[in-house]
Design a protein around this ligand. Sequence first.
Ligand code: PSU
Ligand code: MN
Length: 308
Amino acid sequence: MNNEFLDINEEVKTALKENKPIVALESTIISHGMPYPENVESALNCEKIIRENNAVPATIAIIGGKIKIGLNKDELEYMGKTKNIIKVSRRDLPVVISLKKDGATTVTTTMIASSLAGIKIFATGGIGGVHRYAQETFDISADLQELANTKVAVICAGAKSILDISLTKEYLETYGVPILGYKTENFPGFYTRESGYKADYQIDNTKDIANIIYTKWKLGLEGGVVICNPIPEEYGMDRNYIDKIIDDTVKEAKDKKIKGKDVTPFILAKLHSVTENKSLKANKELVYNNCKVASLIANDYFKLEREN
Ligand code: PSU
Ligand code: MN
């Protein structure tokens, strides 16, 4: 917890000291996943939902080369408004810190920072994965390697079909990362409750999920756990509608030779504009739902830690 690179705010520091449930949040979703001002509104609402569910939010970002754990309103606003904030993956982290730059943390770097700070539970929208056409492009998100190695549980709404979900699942299986479906047998498709693929296990209550996470780490197994929480029924999008748009957008990205870390933000922005922000609305709602479930899991997980 005392790490020269970390700047932990008082609320999170106290929660860590008192062993209270904390839920980490990423900042790439703020700086690169949603437009301003919806990104900031959404980030603030995520924190509110986590507090209402008896956990402490810890939004993570890099500001002036410091890994900030827990942002205040001005810092959230800064991350949401400022242009050209670097999207920071594991590769970028030492550079951005050394050069004292600002950076938005992805799932990967939010897991790294959480782990450095001692935070175990992290809520996001969707994880990165193996991209379609990865056979040619080699585009595999660093999120998967982080899930293989770093002990943080990630609550997400599955992955959208910009990814090759089948290959993403194979990769996670190889690296020993369980995919738990919360109250569902399906691997959700982010905007949709189904993707056509299954989760590894359906688990119907957060206590059992907490126990699985706890047991994995008690066993000395490295790496994370993926908990898939489908978008609430009332906000889910029509699968044929969104998949067709995603297909076109993925092809457009390929034709335009968009590469590396620019691929995901390009596709997200395009989807929001083509769907006239219907995808943005769905994105916000599924993240809120993940914040709620992550808080419940965090509470159950910390009960286990305290009792054992
Ligand atoms: N998926 C989404 N929205 C996002 C991301 C993924 O639906 O905002 C972000 C996350 O921060 C994730 C990152 O870690 O994109 C993955 O980027 P890449 O594919 O470049 O690894
Ligand atoms: Mn990539």
